[in-house]
Design a protein around this ligand. Structure first.
Ligand code: ZN
Length: 101
């Protein structure tokens, strides 16, 4: 388990300096809204050909994704000074806990 502080002192790309950041743990920041741009593109190009990838995919249990027991953590960073927001990817862990400093 990894304990993540609610505020971090990190580099802000907009300010160009290290600033205090508010950290929010978003469970599905990257996958929000369903399909990714690449997935939409694949669906578009596959139109009218074959089986739209429905039966050519391996079952989920056999893929690499399902074999991993941990997930990458997506952290929403917000700059306290300029309000710039971005997603900061944290290495794989099983459990995450937000800790007040
Ligand atoms: Zn900033």
């Amino acid at each position: 388990m990894v304990k993540i502080p609610e505020t971090m002192f990190k580099y802000c790309p907009k300010c160009g300096k290290h600033k205090t950041m508010k950290v929010k743990h978003e469970k599905s920041a990257r996958r929000k809204g369903g399909m990714t741009a690449m997935a939409r593109r694949e669906k578009r190009t596959r139109r009218g050909y074959g089986n739209q990838g429905r039966f050519s995919k391996r079952p989920v249990t056999q893929t690499k994704m399902a074999s991993k027991t941990s997930k990458k953590v997506d952290l929403r960073m917000t700059c306290a000074d300029c309000g710039k927001k971005w997603v900061f990817s944290y290495p794989r862990t099983k459990r995450v806990e937000m800790v007040k400093k």
